[in-house]
Design a protein around this ligand. Structure first.
Ligand code: ZN
Length: 141
């Protein structure tokens, strides 16, 4: 993807993040995740119904990379089965770690394909996905 387009997508999601703001609802799984090497601290709340992610909301303070990554993750994962979420999560992590990955299933999340050039930013992009991993651990309990 063209660098300008990547920047555009990141900025768009940073300025208008998807599903920002938490709600009161006990049916959601709630997790907190933070990145000590940046300002990033986010709360995620995820509703899983019949093995599918039906809603994800978030709030917190985070940099442009982390906020946009959370927003893009939400867009990418809504409506997906837990098994698909795990697969996408694995491919995303592979991409960030500069390993081989399946571009086709990552959607807009491929905008972070060169974030490894700035090692300190890797955690920013990965943070919401770590939160999601905790959610899946809860689901699998
Ligand atoms: Zn950050």
């Amino acid at each position: 993807m063209e660098p300008n387009l990547k920047r555009e997508i990141i900025l768009q999601h940073y300025e208008h993040p998807k599903n920002k703001g938490l709600i009161q609802d006990d049916r959601y799984i709630k997790v907190n995740t933070n990145n000590e090497s940046c300002i990033d601290e986010i709360d995620l709340m995820v509703k899983v119904d019949q093995g599918k992610v039906v809603d994800v909301r978030f709030d917190g303070e985070a940099c442009a990379i982390c906020t946009s990554s959370t927003s893009i993750m939400i867009d990418t994962l809504l409506g997906k089965k837990i098994e698909e979420v795990e697969l996408i999560m694995k491919e995303f992590t592979n991409m960030i770690d500069e390993k081989e990955y399946n571009e086709a299933i990552l959607g807009e999340a491929i905008v972070y394909d060169d974030v490894s050039k700035q090692p300190s930013r890797k955690k920013c992009a990965l943070l919401p996905w770590w939160g999601m991993e905790k959610v899946i651990q809860e689901v699998r309990k």
